[in-house]
Design a protein around this ligand. Structure first.
Ligand SMILES: Nc1ncnc2c1ncn2[C@@H]1O[C@H](COP(=O)(O)OP(=O)(O)OP(=O)(O)O)[C@@H](O)[C@H]1O
Length: 217
């Protein structure tokens, strides 16, 4: 379902290109869960962005749900982001002008897969049922994070990518939200790739990979 092969990416630096990913390969099967760990700056978010079709690698191939992402233009990548992959961003990226209910439904609507009963179920299981009419700025960081997770799952992506998805929660709520996310991902049959610094989260995933200065260690 996901095949990343020999992917490299550099960013421009003052003295020429700075390599951030160097020949990274990984695969992920349907229903599998994977933790991606590594020190700050090792390239985890960059790799997540490439798999999510938000950016293109300089070299290598990424195949997602049978389609070669790296052969696509911006429009093709936008279609993949709408139809196949869901990203839970570190900064949530909630839409400030929409209330919680509309934020949760947003991506599912864009993908033409809106299902009111599923959105309601997600909201209540994420503990958001009492907050549906509120706006993102009226929520705590932890609540915003739960909205971001519910919004991604509402669209039923085949692959869920999450960058430190419980980074704003205390240890106990983080564990609860993680368990719930694993449960919901398993129910939808999606694969999950989580970038994390947390040992506890990494241990809860089926597999883990460690990035060290842009390479899989
Ligand atoms: N758009 C960009 N332009 C230039 N350099 C960038 C850009 N994005 C990331 N970098 C650099 O690439 C390196 C890897 O960044 P990345 O965000 O992928 O690391 P990370 O492992 O996710 O780190 P963290 O755990 O701190 O989030 C860093 O040195 C960073 O400064």
């Amino acid at each position: 379902m996901l095949d990343v092969r020999d992917v490299s990416k550099s960013y421009p630096g003052a003295e020429g290109p700075v390599p951030v990913l160097q020949g990274v390969s990984l695969t992920l099967a349907r229903g599998e869960t994977l933790a991606l760990t590594g020190e700050s700056g090792s390239g985890k978010s960059t790799l997540l962005h490439l798999i999510g079709g938000l950016d293109a690698p300089d070299a290598g191939w990424i195949t997602l749900a049978g389609e070669e992402l790296t052969a696509m233009d911006d429009r093709g990548r936008a279609r993949m982001r709408r139809d196949v992959v869901g990203v839970v961003f570190q900064q949530f990226n909630l839409i400030p002008s929409l209330n919680v209910g509309a934020n949760i439904a947003f991506q599912a609507r864009m993908a033409g897969r809106h299902d009111a009963a599923w959105c309601d179920a997600l909201a209540s299981r994420m503990g958001l049922a009492a907050h549906l009419g509120k706006y993102p700025e009226q929520l705590s960081g932890g609540q915003q994070q739960r909205v971001a997770i519910a919004r991604t799952l509402a669209a039923r992506p085949t692959l869920v990518l999450a960058d430190e998805p419980t980074g704003n929660l205390d240890e106990t709520s983080a564990h609860g939200v993680l368990e719930l996310m694993l449960e919901l991902v398993a129910e939808t049959g999606a694969a999950l790739l989580v970038v994390t610094h947390s040992e506890r989260i990494a241990a809860a995933m089926g597999r883990r990979l460690h990035l060290e200065r842009g390479r899989i260690a």
